[in-house]
Write a protein that binds this ligand. Structure first.
Ligand code: 5GP
Length: 292
């Protein structure tokens, strides 16, 4: 049995979280559609636990008289919570929300350039791999590098493996959105063409690059969203670097030196996400593309 005191603390916290969601809708900080989509994607979220009556009541211009009328029209019981709606009710409510404010559909589909960076060994690669698996439609930039391929790496998929001369040419012909020497060794850069093509075609795209590169992207495209992945702690970062065993002890030491400097860059970023759980971190990154 759960301790009743613990249960009441949880109840207070979830009430507070729900109140914050309502306030955000009332203040126009979050659109009702974005809140509803989050509720339907995440069963344990504060959004999902919001009663449909509270949800509709927090939308500007919808008062106590209109709420029951709308619910009857949509075939939804006033006792329901957003997260407890059936497929048909979700369809009805999302259709109603979209029809009510057609302009709100647009930001949901606005193409965004999202840059994921963070200190070495924070698990950027793992988070990105999880997003690729779970959301195959999300586009990723494929970087060019002068580093030789590791076993299992495929040219054109993990990286474009190029020679020093080819890299020079890409830079000289202004085909790189950004580039940097990473860990004092090899050059890595983001080819500009696929980024422009994705954004012009209305698709968001994710870049997984180092911090120097992230800064250059922000300079070139201030509308880019910079995401900083953090490890749960410094000790955990050291442990992850040692555990993956892909670097020699000298290389590990070099990467930890870089990581110390990189930690200090987090204030330059728009969003920080702690990578203590790969699923949660990758979901959080994907939400940045689908939510405004
Ligand atoms: P690795 O050699 O382990 O694949 O990658 C080393 C580092 O290079 C990672 O921190 C990664 O974020 C960074 N990196 C990969 N691609 C790019 C890129 O296109 N530009 C920049 N600036 N860094 C990159």
């Amino acid at each position: 049995m759960r301790d009743p005191r613990e249960a009441s603390v949880i109840a207070v916290e979830s009430r507070r979280a729900r109140a914050a969601v309502k306030r955000a809708i009332e203040a126009g900080e979050r659109t009702p559609l974005v809140v509803a989509l989050r509720a339907w994607r995440e069963a344990n979220s504060a959004e999902a636990s919001l009663r449909v009556t509270e949800f509709l009541g927090s939308i500007g211009g919808i008062g106590a008289v209109k709420v029951p009328r709308i619910l009857t029209e949509l075939g939804i019981s006033p006792r329901k919570r957003l997260g407890g709606l059936g497929a048909r009710q979700i369809e009805a409510l999302s259709g109603w929300l979209r029809a009510r404010a057609p302009h709100e559909n647009e930001p949901l589909h606005r193409a965004r350039l999202v840059v994921v960076a963070g200190p070495t060994a924070v698990g950027k690669g793992t988070v990105v791999a999880r997003i690729r698996e779970t959301y195959p439609d999300v586009k990723f930039s494929v970087s060019a590098t002068t580093r030789p391929p590791r076993p299992g790496e495929v040219d054109g998929e993990h990286y474009l493996f190029v020679t020093e001369v080819e890299f020079d040419q890409l830079v000289e012909t202004k085909q790189m959105l950004e580039w940097a020497v990473v860990h004092g060794q090899h050059r890595y850069g983001t080819p500009r063409g696929p980024i422009d093509a994705a954004l012009n075609g209305g698709s968001s795209i994710i870049l997984e690059i180092d911090i120097q590169g992230a800064r250059q992207v922000k300079n070139a495209m201030p509308e880019a969203l910079l995401v900083f992945l953090l490890p749960p702690s410094w000790d955990e970062l050291v442990r992850r670097l040692q555990a993956r065993g892909t670097e020699s002890p000298e290389e590990q030491a070099r990467r930890l030196e870089t990581a110390k400097v990189e930690f200090d860059a987090q204030s330059e970023f728009d969003v920080t996400i702690v990578n203590d759980d790969v699923d949660a971190a990758s979901e959080a990154v994907v939400h940045l593309i689908t939510d405004i």
